[in-house]
Write a protein that binds this ligand. Sequence first.
Ligand SMILES: *Cc1c(COP(=O)(O)O)cnc(C)c1O
Length: 341
Amino acid sequence: MAKIILNKLNYFHNLDTINQKLNNTDKIAVVLKDNAYGHGLMQIAKLANEYGIKKAVVRTIKEAEEISHLFDYILVLAETINQSCSHTFHIAINSLQDINNICKNTNVHLKIDTGMHRNGITIEELEEAIYRISKANLNLTGVFTHYRSSDVLSSEFFWQQTNFNNIKNEVKTICEKLSLSLPHFHSLNSSGIFRCEKVDDDFVRIGIACYGYCDNKFPLYEPKLKPVASLVATRLSTTHLKKGNRIGYGGEFEASQDMASSTYDIGYGDGFLRLTPNHGQYITPKGFTLLGKVSMDSLSLDTNEEEVVIFDDVNHLAQLHRTITYEILTSLSSQIKRVIE
Ligand SMILES: *Cc1c(COP(=O)(O)O)cnc(C)c1O
């Protein structure tokens, strides 16, 4: 059966590398949304806990509940809750309307829009939002933003940071006025921390770097990260092709000589997205060539090995698909067995 192998030492190495920027594991919140970027929510949550990470970020309340025993502090990005929930949960407020949809005494983090223009309140709404949060008896435990340009090498990232620094000052003034305790501030994702000399925020939200990737290339500083997930497929059958035989839908691969080809139990239904010969040739880490199109549940390779590592690093795949590593990873089906090694 196909499986995803999670390399624990690589995961810990990545956390070490991130921690070199912070010198404090309490400042790291691991982002576990979308099945921990396709790696497996529970498996990665347990590894993070074993390493000593105390904070996590997820998308939904259900995800937060599943991992609640493993973290002291869980930020839920995209779901409000109208009933009381664990005091370790912190619910993101993405709009002024959200304030009415959360039951009192809940911890909330107010999201500020610093230019992404997807969600978050505007800088002009800041005072009203904090006032309404306090009126609704919600605990304002955090104020945060998500930069649109931390992965774009331009000065945009720096003016957005300046905006957020101004917001921090304003929040401090408002909280003093309303006698509220000061919330935690956070703004940086993976590419953000590697662009900062020094991190002033209370914590950072790290997704892709924990899993071993950073899609943008830094001119000055290249973090040495190691991919955590490998996809391993098992052989279903072997065919002996005659010269001129063609493989798969549309027969796109044609054998130029007699050769063996085997079918493996991974396809686009498992999240190994369809590669056609138009994408360019895909070669596995051990040098086997993908033959013809990927089917829903299978693909063909020019080998007869029982088990084949389909990838141990998705950078090349992301390039072939002209996309980002995030998309390749989050596509991986939750049905595939995850094994920690
Ligand atoms: C997904 C996400 C992150 C993590 O981003 P990476 O680039 O994977 O580190 C951080 N913050 C928010 C709000 C997110 O949605």
